[in-house]
Design a protein around this ligand. Sequence first.
Ligand SMILES: [Fe+2]
Ligand SMILES: [Fe+2]
Length: 389
Amino acid sequence: MTILDASQQDAGRQASRHDADNHGAGQHGADAETAFDSLLDHVRAEFDTTFTWDYERSRDGLNRLYEKAKRSQWNVSDDLDWSIDVDPERTIRLQVEATGVPAGMPARSLLDVKGSPVASWDDDKWVEFAVQAQSASLSQFLHGEQGALLCTARLVEAVPWIDAKYYAATQVVDEARHVEVFSQYLDQKLGGIKYPVNTHLGSLLDGIITDSRWDMTYLGMQIMVEGLALAAFGFMQQTTEEPLLKKLLRYVMSDEARHVAFGVLSLQEVYQELTVPELRDRQEFAFEAALQMRDRFMRQEVWERIGVDVKDMVKFTLAMPDELRIFQKMLFSKIVPNCKKLGLLDAGDGWLRDRFTDIGVIEFENWVDTVDEYDDLDEVAKDRALAEG
Ligand SMILES: [Fe+2]
Ligand SMILES: [Fe+2]
């Protein structure tokens, strides 16, 4: 089943997720404004659970990663300073001061566009928008982390190699920690989880988790979703001046870099055995995932919450000149080099290279891939070495 099939079959459920933003019946945590139409969401999937009786550890790359994962565990309760006071509006104003970029960019550039619904907005309104946008981003990070938790648990069961089962088990713990850290930050510092899962992200996660082929779960989660997360976390980590958020993102990114490397190392081996038509299936799956992720960054849920016409804003956002859509493009800066390393860009007739060229992200193909950088991104190990002198 492809991602699009999954989203079409499940259109009713996706619609109800979207509506939840307006008609909240449930609550999460301590926040009364939180809007979820149901606090449980069941997704049916059929796949093989695989025992292996071959306990030989033959994959050096995965074994190194596993050793690193065991040593670089951290604890949300002990390693972060939760006494830090967070004022969301002040966080945005400090960021503006530090970066020199006005609040609400790149959406703010629509101020100058004739007929734009936000043409009359003043600076305070843009700060309000930026506060909501950050809350929405962190909520989507949280929901994506839960998707990663469930997908990785699936990988432990499905992958046939003992080395990969070991590593994936460490990732389950990492992802639980990520769900915990984003949930706690939203609850304690931003007044609650106010945004349900975005329609596009929900549909993407459903597609990944319902596919019966375990290598598709790897591709969708470890390469596409995690690759995008690594880029998005990096962007927020570099621009925020809020010390608790900055440190938690540094630590989450240390883990995420290993996760993407896990995907690349595993799929490199799998793809060597696949035929051209089978690889084409993977190319199409990757591209559909890329489109879903691109569309999730139109900020629909924030426009809706602020009371601006969503369709209008999507139309204006799509019409933005290329240089203003640099953030959306940067989200692909990890995905494209990793797809290249896997041979997916040029497999067969280079179908994926052509598609990535069409959506304007092929320029990242020679950026560093994550197998080469996960060690550098291990900020947990760096902090420990520093503390030990
Ligand atoms: Fe994660
Ligand atoms: Fe992850």
